[in-house]
Design a protein around this ligand. Structure first.
Ligand code: ATP
Ligand code: ZN
Length: 227
């Protein structure tokens, strides 16, 4: 298959908040691609590089398992996947190559407007709905808040309190409009995130390493020019 070939394989989000900027960044670095909406793989027409277009949640595992060479993914998804793997004895190793200048967001705890909440300790004994149980539990543990349970939801997290599934939520916030619409108030930012470029463990072939050595200075140049 083309994934085991000498072509440098880069996993990016297929469709979502990171897709456009991931492709634009690679193009700005001089790599040309022709994208077909439905295809998983996109071959570069200018370099021996392939894009693998998948759900963002799959990117950390593909990199840590060495299935792809590089990945562009949000630190929120990356760190949650790393913590989950550490807890389940799967390989959790990768190299962080660069912070990327897009995908900025924050992961926050929010509670219903009418809930009584003074400090983080108010959450003791409560249940929090989230897609990021490991990031949340690490934060609560470091803050000395005990006895918080989680309800794992991969979507519609913001409706969980109203549906009686949880007392609070821990979710990504950008403008706060979604929280407001659901009668929730943001209380604590537990993680700030942006997109990252990461590399799989193990040595790259000399051809792939040469490509990466071309890519990184270009990427630095592109990001510097944008500042
Ligand atoms: P997928 O179908 O790939 O699983 P998704 O629905 O999980 O997509 P998106 O909503 O597209 O994911 O968000 C992808 C990533 O973009 C988030 O995990 C986060 O890193 C980042 N992100 C979240 N909110 C914003 C925002 N408002 N602006 C920029 N980036 C964001
Ligand atoms: Zn996702």
């Amino acid at each position: 298959s083309s994934l085991s070939s000498s072509r440098l394989t880069i996993a990016i989000q297929k469709s979502g908040r990171l897709s456009r900027e991931s492709i634009d960044l690679l193009k700005a670095c001089g790599f040309k691609f022709s994208l077909h909406e439905s295809r998983l793989l996109a071959h570069s027409t200018s370099h021996p590089v392939d894009l693998l277009r998948v759900r963002d949640d799959d990117i950390p595992g593909l990199v840590m398992d060495g299935v792809v060479d590089l990945g562009l993914v949000g630190e929120n998804v990356l760190e949650e996947a790393r913590l989950e793997r550490l807890a389940t004895d799967f390989p959790a190793v990768f190299t962080k190559l660069r912070n990327l200048d897009f995908g900025q967001c924050r992961l926050s705890i929010a509670v219903p407007k009418e809930a009584s909440y003074d400090t983080l300790q108010s959450l003791e004994g409560k249940r929090i709905a989230t897609t990021y149980p490991h990031l949340l539990q690490r934060y609560l543990k470091n803050a000395g808040v005990k006895n918080v349970s989680t309800a794992m939801l991969t979507g519609s997290v913001e409706v969980a309190p109203r549906a009686g599934l949880a007392d609070a939520i821990c979710d990504l916030v950008s403008t706060g409009a979604t929280l407001e619409a659901n009668g929730l108030v943001e209380k604590d930012v537990i993680f700030r995130s942006q997109a990252q470029l990461i590399q799989r463990p193990g040595e790259l072939s000399s051809e792939k390493q040469a490509l990466l050595d071309q890519l990184l200075p270009r990427l630095d140049g592109v990001q510097l020019a944008r500042e």
